[in-house]
Design a protein. Sequence first.
Lengths: 427, 438
Amino acid sequence: MANSLPITPETITRATLDNGLVVLVKDNPNNASVTLRGRIRAGGLYDTDKTSGLAHFATAALQRGTRKRTFQKLNDELDQNGMSFGIGAGMETIGFSGKALVEDFDRLLDIVADVLLHPTFPRVETEKLRNELLTDLREADQDTQHVAYREFRAACFPATHPYHRLSDGRAETVKRLTLKALADFHARYFRPEVAALVVVGDVRASQAIEKIERKLGKWKVKGAAQAHVIPNAPKLKQILRKEIPLAGKTQADIVLGYPALSRTDPDFYALSLGDLIFGRLGLYGRLGAEVRDKQGLAYYVFSSVEANLGAGPWAVRAGVNPNNLDRAVEGIVAEIKRLRSAPVTQDELSEARDFVTGSLALRLETNEGVAATLGDVELFGLGLDYLQRYPNIIRAITPEQILAVAQKYAQVENYALAIAGPVNSAQ
Amino acid sequence: MEIREEHLDNGLMVLLAPVRTAPVATFWVWYRVGSRNEVPGITGVSHWVEHMMFKGTPTLAKGEIMHLVNRNGGVDNAFTSADYTAYFETLPSDRLELALRIESDRMVNALFDPDEVASERTVIISEREGAENEPRFWLSEEVQATAFKVHSYHHDTIGWKVDLQTMTRDDLYAHYKKHYAPNNAIIVAAGDFNADALLAKIADAFGALPRGGAPTPVTSVEPPQEGERRVKVRRPGPAKYWHAAYHVPQATDPDFFPLFVLCGVLDGVGSMSFSGGGSPGRSARLYRALVATGLAVDVDCSFRATIDPGTLDVAATVRPGVPIERVERALFAELDKIATKPVTDEELDKVIKQARSQFVYATDGVMNLGYWLGQWQVVSSYKAYGTFLDNLMRVTKADVTRVAAKYLAETNRTVGWFIPTDDNVRRKARRTSQRVRR
C-alpha cells in the first residue's frame, strides 16, 4: 500500500473559473460515489440585531423552490436517485454538500447550480420553513446544551460583535423577516468570487471541471463583494456568570471560556496542541482525567478551540448533576490554572504530536474526509502542500510555546460561564 | 470484496476484510451481550461494563488505552445496544497490532477496581441524566417499556436509574465474566492488511484465552399483543411529541426485507453507516402527509435489524398549535393506506435506488465496513453483505401491502403522547399558529 497523501499539489486539480469560482477536484476510484462540498464566504456576520437569523433563513429557503424545480420536485429527484443535498449558513460561511452515485454526478451538479443561482423563495413553502425554524428555536430554547452555549457566546463577545449571537437568530426577528429580505440576501451575498467547490470521487478532474464550468460558469453577480471582517473581541475583564433555569431538567450543562484566536493566527498550532492535552486526548485530556475519571462528576467534559476565519472562543463544556456544579467548575478552573502555571510534559506533548500527525491517514480515508480537509485548506489559504509541511509544523512546537499561548489566552479570573439546568439548582 | 471467515479453537469467530485503498485498518470486537441479556435489578449493567473496560487491567492502567491509541495516531471507542457491546480501534495500518494487544487483554483481564466502580457510578448516572434533559427520551423509554412486557427489550440500554444507584461491583464483574469470552465474541478487521499475516497474529493474541461457559440464553418471548396500548408522558417541554411502536420480527425473518422497503416508502431509506446521513425522506409519504401539510414539524419511521423481534417506530413532532389528535389521525390514515392499497412501481424503484446508494456510501471507509459486518453478524450473518441488495430487489408490491396489513395493525401498536406541562409554552404555541393562519 502506497503511503501517499491524497492531498498534494500533484494529486489535486485546482482551477479558478472566469467568474472567480475556485474548483478543487480529487479523483478517487475506490468508491463508486462522488462527494461535493462548497463554501461561500458569507453568513450570519452580515445580520444585525434586528435581522438576526436572516442568513440562516435565507439559505435554508434556497431549497424550497427554484426556477426549474418546486420543493417537491427537488425532493423527488434527490430521493429517486439516492442523492443527498443540503445547504446551511453559519456565522462566517455558508456551506453546502451533496453526495451521489457516480452515475448521477451530472444530476447533482444541475441541482447545485439551480439552488445556488435560481432560488425563487415561493411564499407557501417559505412560510412553512419559517414555522419549522420557529419550532427549532423553541426546542433550542429548552435544550440545556444549546442554551448554555448561546448564553456563553452572548457573555463572551460584546453585543456589537458577530459572535455575540448564533446564526439561527431569535424568534422575534425570524417572525419578521420578509421574503424580499431573504431574496435580497441571496442576491447580494451568493457570489462566485467568494466561493469554492470541492469534488472528491470517482471522476476525472478535467471532465469534472468542464461540467462545473458548464453549470456554474454563468454565475455572475454585479458589484463587488462586501468585506468579510470579523474583529477581534476585547479580552474579558471579569468573571461573567450567567444561570438559566429550565423546567423539567435533570442535568446542568455548562460552558466556560474566553475569546481566543483565528485559524490563521501564528499561535494556532501551539494552542491546538495545548487544547488537545488540556481537554481532548484520551478521554477528554487532563479535564477528563480529573473531572470525569477521578472525581466522577460528569459524563462529558471537554474543551475546544473554535478557530475560524475570525477569532472564536476557547471553551470547556460539561454536563453535571446540579449538586456537583460548584465542584465541577472548581475542577475545571484548577486545570486551567495548571495549564497556565507549568509547561506540559514532554510526554504529553509527544502524544499530542503523534496523534495529530499519525491520525492524518484516518481523517483522509473517506471521500468526505478528503473533501472536508480540502475545503479547509482552501478556506484558510493553507496551500495544497499543507499536509506535506504539516508534520514539521507540529514537530516544531515546544512546551514553552504552549505555556506562552495558554497564558495569553486562558483565564482564571476573567472568563464567561453559562449554566443551563434544573430550576432551583443553579444557585 | 472477499471476506474471510475463520474460527479459533476457543470458539472465537474472526472476519477479515482486506481493503487496501488507504493505509488504515480498523479492528472490532463484538460481544453478544447487551441490555437484552439483563434482568430487573441490574438493568444497564452491559453498558456500565463497557465503561469499566477502559478502567484498567493489570498491564494497562486506567485511561491508558485511549492514550496509547492516540499516541499511535488512532481513534477508539465502544458502544452498547440491546443486542451487542462493540469495541473498536482504527489505526494507521502499521500500528494495528496495538488493537490486538488491547482487546485480547481486556477480554479477560479487566480489573473492576471497587473505587473505579464507585467513581464511574456517578458518570453513568450523569449519562442518563443528560438523556433525561430530552423530552423525546422520556417518551421513547415509556413507549418501549409499554410495548414489551415480557422480553428484555422492555428497558433502554442505559438502564433504570434505581438500578444504576444500587447495582454492585459484584453484579458488574459477574456479568463481565459470564459474557466476555472468546466463544461469545466476534472479531472484525477491515482495511490495509494481509489476511494470512493478521490471522496468525490474532491466533497468537487470542488463541490461548480460555473458552467461557455458555452464557444463559435469552428465552423470553414477547407474547402477541392483544390490543392497542396507550401511554402519556406529561413533563415540561417545548412541543408535543407523538410516537408509536409496532411489533415486528427479527432480522432473520423473511419479512425483514419487505418491512425495510415499507419503512423506506413511508420515510425514505436511512443511513446504513456508522457516521449517519441518509434520506430525510422529504419525497416520501409521511413527510408529504404530515410536514408538507403543516401538521407536524418532522416525522420519522425507524426500523432496526435485531436478534429478537423488535419494533418498527413512527414518531412525529407536532407543530405548535395543532392538536395531537389530528397528527395521530393523519398518521393512522397513511398507515391504513399502505396496508390496503399497493405501493407504486416508482415508490418501489426509489427505495431500491436509495438503498443501493446508501449501501455504497456506507462502505466508503473501513470503519463503516467494520461496523456493517459486525452488526450483521450479531443479529443475523455478515453474509448479508453480499445478499442485502438482492434480497431487497426481490421484494414485491404485494409483499409490502401484506407486511403492512400484518404488522401495522391497531392491536399490534403502542401509542405514546408527550404533552408539555409548561403553560407558557402552550400559550406561545397558540399565538404562533394563529399568526400563521392569517
